[in-house]
Design a binder for this molecule. Structure first.
Ligand code: GLA
Length: 710
């Protein structure tokens, strides 16, 4: 599967800039930030300007901690421009010089994530209006109007000044645009922009809009564009087509704001890569739901994201959480099919989980290396130094209030820095995969909107993650792709719970299977089109053709309801959903055991032209996924890149270059784990050659290299 051309070579890029950074012309395969693994994080010297001793100490500690890259200025607008048009850059000049003097690099942030109070006071239009139409006061962060001309203009101006001032500074490495874009504004300017967006989308034709929004329902037909109002708890929230369009608009408007921010940066610093930090939702890590990142990704040179899993929690195993981290990484890596950056993580604890537990010994190195294993070229933290006041004063940081270099966290960070320095060969390498799991932001919005099924059991992202996990457990690399991707080259495409799917995507699935691909689809898939309108006349005829079945009814169960499915001789527990299937030309592989659909088909397979299509009708316990996918793994000869014999909870993930495979063997359990290598490899950290049996300690990670014959 791996070819030389897949390698994301940094060397051919080095002609473009000193750091090996390619021209961000969006044509090159890969934009890496640097020729070294980035280690460092959010640095907020603007909070410490009256403590030059601390700023000086920072430089010493940065060197000691083996750190090299710092995101500066993220929330520094009030320090950079304390009064309108009055700029203070001297402190930032000094910080650039300081970081440069220790050989470090600056990831320079644009400050639009939070604005100075003078701006809110003088230009109240920058303030966000919430869905209930309440204008927000100044305060907090990430709360501006993305449409406001004033905010756009002010942002562009300060960004231009930053680019003029630091664009040629040798320490400048990348741009960090704003911070964790999110949220939405419902002010009158945004309403107007929404109406304009709809006019373009629906060709200035209200009939098309009303048809797409199923207008006559509850008399919701619109007769003038001015009647359109964004979804609101005090107004309209039941028109699903509109809700979907509003979310699409919010994504587009956020991207448009971002594009506006970067105009001076592209103009003045065309060789400096641009990123913005993406998020995950909840401590359990599902993709951030507010924005469609599959669209946003195209506008970035590098994907970066902020990962804060709640390790050592009391609701799931370490291995289960690790598989979710793996999923998130493989999703964000696959967005651009290139390595990404871990922009924020905590070296110890956060301040916003219900219980802000510290990482146990070993977990910091293990969790950091897991990010690298799945494609990150960095380990960056929030935050370098704990702030003294306000809400994040107890959030984990490299440097604590005691300024100690002897404490556990500082030592853990240093160990990660030393380890990263030995991983230079890994930079820029990817993880080619033959299996793709399909994730769709729009479908997630739509299914969450659907008033039907179980309120608490839709769990679309979680379901996709469970299917991913079956491969994670077997060390088989997976790309997590979206409809934006070409999926023709995968052997296996897994499409769990794709509630919303357009005819265009259905025809791409058809082509994929016709050409020899294997597809797996589940219950609650293919119910509505891109307007969230149901397909009429039963399941889409192309899906019926591919799968040789017709799902006719989906039964939603109470948590106490029991059912099961017998599949290839074994019976598995079923919860939440059971789809009743009418078989046309498919083969029945599993049957329901109970209820009015007992002994009817639950799992089917179907040969469609050169490929095969499987349908799973019920939500089944994980052992089913394990058995089902094991059979497919055998049938399709899917293999781990590197074979290590191990027990449950150990994960082996590989990054590949034509010359070498870099293998990360990680113990996500609280016990010692015996492992067996069948090939001689070299430990990248100790240099020793390894073969045969070995024991991994609790949370231990080993990183080994296998040299390939080129
Ligand atoms: C986010 C933000 C940071 C910080 C961290 C705390 O990721 O981007 O500024 O607030 O959360 O975990």
């Amino acid at each position: 599967m791996f070819t030389k051309n897949d390698k994301f070579v940094t060397s051919h890029l080095s002609q473009h800039s000193e750091w090996g950074i390619p021209m961000p012309n969006h044509k090159k395969n890969y934009v890496t930030a640097a020729k070294f693994m980035l280690h460092g994080g959010d640095y907020n010297p603007d909070q410490w300007l009256d403590r030059p001793d601390i700023l000086e100490e920072d430089m010493k500690l940065m060197k000691l901690a083996h750190t090299n890259a710092f995101s500066v200025g993220i929330f520094a607008w009030s320090t950079l421009e304390p009064e309108e048009g009055v700029y203070h850059f001297e402190w930032l000049d000094k910080i650039f010089e300081n970081i440069h003097s220790i050989g470090g690099r600056v990831i320079l942030a644009t400050p639009s994530g939070a604005r100075p109070a003078w701006m809110s006071k003088k230009y109240p239009e920058v303030l966000r209006v919430n869905a209930a139409r309440v204008k927000q006061l100044h305060g907090g962060r990430h709360n501006h109007c993305f449409t406001s001309e004033v905010y756009r203009e002010k942002t562009q101006k300060i960004n231009r000044l930053l680019a003029e001032k630091y664009g040629n500074h040798p320490a400048l490495l990348m741009w960090h645009i704003s911070n964790e874009y999110g949220g939405e504004c419902h002010c009158e300017t945004c309403q107007e922009a929404f109406r304009e967006y709809l006019k373009i989308k629906y060709n200035h034709d209200l009939k098309t809009l009303n048809d797409s929004w199923w207008g006559p329902f509850w008399s919701h037909t619109i007769s003038e564009w001015s009647q359109v109002e964004s979804p609101s708890p005090i107004g309209e929230s039941m028109v699903h087509g509109m809700n979907l369009d509003w979310r699409r608009f919010v994504t587009d408007q956020t991207i448009s704001f971002y594009e506006h921010e970067i105009v001076p940066l592209r103009e003045l610093t065309p060789t400096i890569p641009i990123t913005t930090n993406f998020m995950a939702d909840t401590r359990e890590l599902i993709p951030f739901q507010g924005l469609d990142y599959s669209k946003f990704a195209k506008h970035l040179d590098v994907i970066s994201w902020d990962a804060y899993p709640a390790w050592h929690n009391d609701w799931t195993t370490t291995a289960d959480l690790a598989s979710k981290v793996g999923f998130m990484n493989d999703l964000y890596r696959s967005l651009k099919q290139q390595p990404f950056l871990l922009m924020e993580s905590t070296p110890s604890c956060v301040n916003w989980h219900d219980v802000n537990k510290s990482k146990r010994p070993g977990m910091h190195l293990l969790s950091s290396m897991q990010m690298i294993a799945h494609g990150s070229d960095s380990v960056l933290y929030f935050q370098w130094r704990k702030s003294r006041g306000s809400s994040e004063k107890f959030h984990g940081a490299v440097v604590d209030h005691d300024n100690s270099r002897e404490n556990r966290v500082f030592k853990d960070v240093t160990q990660v820095g030393q380890t990263l320095e030995k991983l230079s060969g890994v930079i820029g390498t990817n993880r080619p995969a033959e299996v793709a799991v399909f994730y769709d932001w729009e479908s997630n919005w739509a299914i969450n909107d659907a008033q039907g099924f179980g309120v608490r059991t839709k769990l679309y992202p979680e379901t996709v993650q469970k299917h991913y996990k079956a491969f994670w457990e077997r060390d088989i690399p997976v790309d997590v792709i979206t409809k934006e991707h070409d999926f023709s080259s995968y052997k296996l495409l897994i499409v769990p719970m794709l509630y919303l799917v357009s005819e265009k995507t259905i025809s791409r699935f058809k082509e994929f299977v016709a050409n020899g691909g294997t597809i797996v689809m589940t219950y609650i898939s293919g119910l509505v089109n891109e307007h969230d309108l149901t397909y009429l006349g039963g399941w889409h005829k192309d899906l019926q053709e591919i799968f040789g079945i017709k799902p006719v009814e989906t039964d939603t169960l109470y948590p106490s309801d029991q059912n099961s499915v017998t599949f290839r001789g074994t019976t598995y527990q079923l919860n939440d959903y059971a789809t009743i299937i009418e078989v046309a030309t498919a083969t029945v592989e599993g049957i329901y055991e109970d209820d009015f659909y007992a002994q009817t088909p639950a799992v089917t397979s179907h040969q469609y032209q050169a490929g095969k299509a499987y349908y799973i009708g019920g939500r089944l316990e994980h052992a089913f996924q394990q058995a089902f996918y094991q059979d497919l793994i055998d049938e399709l000869s899917l293999k781990p890149v590197f074979h290590v014999k191990h027990g449950e909870g150990v994960s082996v993930q590989v990054r590949q270059s034509p010359e070498s495979d870099y293998i990360f063997i990680m113990n996500f359990t609280e016990e010692k784990q015996p492992i067996v290598f069948e090939t001689i490899v070299r430990d990248l950290i100790t240099g020793e050659a390894m073969e045969g049996e070995l024991t991994l300690e609790k949370y231990e990670v080993r990183i080994v290299e296998k040299t390939n014959e080129v």
